[in-house]
Ligand binder design. Structure first.
Ligand code: TRP
Ligand code: ZN
Length: 884
């Protein structure tokens, strides 16, 4: 998902207060080395004396020997940047402890003890946003994966489950709201202007699910009655001015709770569910038990400030975090190698939820686009790893598209093979069998096997092998028999030179060219390197529709003529396959064009054939506008580069822009009337109105390419007439890619209209950094010195620099300046926020896949980063893997 100021800018030279000192070669943690922890910690009580600059923490741990582990008299309590102010055992000061790096080792004589340790923190100096930190005057925590050890000494691993009691005290005025996990047990006021609250969470949980929030917050309060009739109070806490923008999040939460009961039989298990929105946050949101903490981006939405895409983002992330209550919290992970156990499954659950809330085919296309745009490149590069990795140095680097999105695809394949009903039996068994446990991916697979009655013995390879399988498909026709031969090849990845074939479930259908009818959808499993399937009933060679609904996360290679793709784009009864056929048609053409294989006549012929297929999409009444808009999305430059062994991003950009221009000009009147029709639809959140807004901006982008003068006029009137952010942002995007005074005026107007609203100002940065404008790189340089730019806020950093790093024509400027800017950013950000800094490395890490000149420049920047005297574990690991 998800930046920067060079050292010359105002806040570019931070004091680096709490930057972790970098071990030169941070140790490798291996999955095979897992051992159960020798101690149990059934109870924890935490006492916080809160202050923005100084917070005192007293932790009391009830510990007992773990009979299921190899005994040890020593307990290792992880710490990161902490100093123990006092250590007591059973109430008495102890001197049987030592430090080992950041960890505290304590030797305990007996079977069970009570350990009490005091620490002191400075939340305002915590720029990493891990542990306890200050954000705009409030205090909040982020503990996943290993942030709890920045608060107190603790066995900070997900297989140690404890019941938490949390007492906190803070200034009544500065910190009027005091929250933690579970239920509020008691609260009161002190004479010194402070107040206190005591929270108790009855559900045993690992430390990464602990959360505390204190600040000036107001709540949108509502309630939900569960399927067994229990009433749950729901609160969404935000800063005062943001309350009016929490309605959509609340509706999404209630829908999620209902859907999880109906679809997976999962009921919420506390009387209270709290959500808090925070502006400074490294990721999207966090599923802390009963107290989810969210990036404001995934809570706040109204029509004036959020696009339709933002509304969907809120709904999806609210659902994701809520669903974690079962897939993640009630059943957690044994160790961090099992991360996909909770993340892959929860992503699948949120995808299925969103499919049910809106258009299922459109959601599927969007999810596949994310997979291809983010996960396929990961799987084919130096950072490739299985969905259950075997080793890491810094676990934060493994919150990846592979663990999340490919992880979801792998479970989706199980569901496809089992069918919905049997899959549900499998998940029921999983929840029943492992409730209250810290489980493994193997436990999940076994439960699906037993519950759904599937044999997944061979399928397990999807958990251990990295790389996107390539499937080739060839049709042979003779007499009335059609033979389909499928072959698979799983490419080598770092550390995995040889691969075994995996079971690949492929949905397919054959179409009769003349009648347009198919033989019906079938599911075949390609579970060997090569396998053939025969079909009867066609007296002429049929057209193959394969990997329908994207039933497997693979690439398909086949010989298919353009006419057959045009046929499928028009006639396939699977909406995904229609989309896919049109994409294929465009990808094939663009690849030929980039290869220099086309003369002018061939290029014109291909463009006309694509224009014909696009025209059919514009005119097909059977398509709704949401789907039409989806089909009009050109394949991304990133995806195009991914389909080529060695890419020239300059060429790709030129050819893709030229195709957009050709389509915009060939279909000018069609796009103009589409724009006009869509403009007449009034604002609402109905699918029809949302669809209209989607095709409106699509049409605008084609028109702006084909006829810039007309595009500029229409974009300006769309901008001026906009009564919602979707139209306004779409028009601004079109204008930002063009030249002229209207561009300047619109950007200025947008900024002045929304200055002070951080999430919208983020859009303003991102639109310029992600623009097709030829000078986007220069614009980014200037924006880095803008008074609203800061390296301290991850949303702002991402809005400028992620948008830039994923804007291929700007990032891959032939001069290499884009690479240098991102490397400078990584070096400047690393001491402030290593987790966010490391997220920029993968873009440079793809150096092997680009033409030699760019490749050398990218590699040189990685080497420059590697040579920096002090690097975080996060950045060190990503850079060394990228170079290795
Ligand atoms: N578990 C969170 C989710 O998937 C992810 C997350 C939130 C996270 N904050 C983090 C991961 C910080 C690592 C570090 O919803
Ligand atoms: Zn998650």
């Amino acid at each position: 998902m998800d930046i920067a100021r060079t050292p010359s800018t105002p806040d570019g030279n931070p004091e680096l207060a709490d930057a972790a000192p970098t071990p030169h070669d941070p140790p490798v943690i291996r999955r095979e080395d897992y051992r159960p922890f020798p101690w149990l910690v059934p109870k924890v009580s935490l006492d916080f004396d809160l202050g923005l600059e100084a917070t005192r923490v007293v932790a009391t741990l009830t510990v007992a020997r773990n009979g299921k582990a190899e005994a040890s008299p020593t307990i290792r309590l992880n710490g990161d940047g902490l100093e123990p102010l006092s250590v007591k055992v059973d109430g008495n000061p102890s001197n049987s402890w030592t430090m080992d790096g950041g960890d505290l080792l304590l030797t305990l004589p007996g079977e069970a003890h009570e350990i009490t340790i005091a620490t002191e923190l400075d939340p305002s100096a915590n720029t990493q946003l891990m542990g306890l930190y200050a954000s705009e005057g409030m205090l909040c925590t982020q503990c996943e994966a290993e942030g709890f050890r920045r608060i107190t000494f603790f066995p900070d691993r997900p297989d140690v489950l404890s019941v938490y009691t949390v007492k906190m005290r803070g200034d009544r005025e500065a910190l009027p709201v005091l929250l933690s996990n579970g239920n509020l047990e008691a609260s009161g006021e002190n004479d010194d202007g402070t107040h206190w609250a005591e929270w108790h969470d009855p559900w045993p949980k690992p430390s990464y699910l602990f959360a505390l929030v204190a600040g000036q917050l107001v709540a949108n309060t509502d309630s939900f009655t569960t399927m067994s009739g229990r009433e749950v109070t729901l609160n969404i806490y935000v800063r005062e001015g943001d309350l009016a923008r929490t309605g959509h999040a609340m509706e999404s939460l209630k829908k999620s709770m209902k859907w999880d009961e109906e679809t997976f039989g999962r009921e919420y298990d506390l009387d209270l569910f709290n959500i808090v929105a925070v502006s400074d946050f490294n990721m999207g949101a966090m599923e802390n038990k009963g107290l989810n903490v969210f990036n404001t981006k995934y809570v706040l939405a109204d029509e004036d400030t959020a696009t339709d895409g933002d509304f969907d983002g809120v709904e999806g992330v609210i659902a994701h975090e809520y669903f974690h209550n079962w897939s993640g919290n009630r059943i957690t992970c044994r160790d961090w190698f099992q991360l996909s156990l909770k993340e892959g499954f929860t992503v699948l659950r949120d995808q299925l939820f969103s499919q049910d809330m809106g258009s299922a085919p459109v959601k599927r296309i969007e999810d596949v686009r994310v997979l291809r745009g983010a996960q396929f490149p990961e799987d084919s590069g130096p950072l490739a790893h299985p969905i259950r990795p075997d080793s890491y140095r810094e676990i934060s680097n493994f919150y990846t598209a592979t663990v999340y999105n490919k992880g979801a695809e792998v479970i989706r394949m199980m569901r496809t093979m089992a069918g919905e009903e049997r899959f549900r039996k499998g998940t029921d068994l999983y929840f029943e069998r492992h409730d209250g446990e810290a489980a493994t991916c193997e436990d999940f697979i076994k439960a699906i096997e037993d519950g759904a009655g599937l044999d997944l013995s061979h399928f397990r390879l999807w958990y251990s092998q990295a790389g996107t399988p390539r499937v080739s498909a060839a049709l042979q026709h003779s007499g009335a028999t059609t033979k389909l031969t499928l072959r698979q090849d799983v490419p080598p990845t770092p550390g995995q030179p040889e691969k075994q074939p995996m079971p690949i479930p492929l949905k397919l259908a054959l179409f009769d060219r003349r009648t347009g009818a198919s033989n019906g959808e079938q599911l075949v499993i390609l579970d060997e390197t090569e396998k053939s399937f025969s079909f009867d009933g066609f007296d002429a060679p049929p057209v193959l529709s394969i990997n329908r609904g994207f039933s497997a996360p693979v690439t398909i290679e086949r010989e298919i003529v353009a006419d057959d793709l045009v046929f499928l784009a028009r006639h396939d009864d699977d909406p995904f396959a229609r989309y896919e056929a049109l994409q294929d048609l465009m990808v094939t053409h663009l690849k030929h064009a980039v290869d220099g294989a086309l003369d002018d006549a061939a290029r014109d012929a291909a463009r006309n054939s694509i224009a014909g297929a696009v025209k059919a999409v514009l005119e097909d009444d059977a398509l709704d506008d949401l789907m039409r808009g989806e089909m009009l999305v050109l394949p991304s430059e990133t995806y195009l580069a991914e389909t080529m062994l060695i890419a020239d991003p300059g060429q790709i950009h030129e050819e893709r822009e030229a195709l957009r221009q050709a389509l915009g000009s060939i279909l000018e009147s069609e796009f103009a009337s589409l724009h006009e029709r869509a403009t007449s639809v009034p604002y609402s959140l109905s699918p029809e109105a949302r669809g209209a807004r989607k095709v409106k901006t699509q049409a605008l982008l084609f028109l702006a390419a084909g006829n810039p003068d007309l595009g500029r006029e229409l974009a300006w009137s769309q901008y001026e007439g906009a009564d919602n952010m979707t139209d306004r942002q779409g028009a601004l995007m079109a204008l930002a890619g063009l030249s002229g005074i209207k561009r300047t005026n619109a950007l200025l107007d947008f900024y002045n209209r929304y200055r002070g609203n951080a999430l919208v100002v983020d859009k303003w940065f991102a639109i310029q950094a992600g623009s097709a404008h030829p000078e986007a790189l220069e614009h980014v340089k200037a924006l880095a010195t803008h008074e609203d730019f800061t390296l301290r806020n991850p949303n702002r950093v991402r809005s400028l620099y992620m948008a830039f790093a994923y804007n291929p024509h700007a990032f891959h400027a032939a001069s290499g300046e884009g690479y240098r800017m991102i490397a400078d950013l990584i070096l400047a950000l690393d001491p402030i926020n290593p987790q966010t800094a490391a997220r920029f490395v993968p873009q440079l890490g793809r150096w092997r896949r680009y033409e030699p000149k760019r490749s050398a420049k990218m590699k040189a920047e990685l080497e420059r980063i590697a040579a920096a005297p002090k690097l975080s574990r996060d950045t060190y690991e990503q850079v060394s893997r990228s170079l290795g």
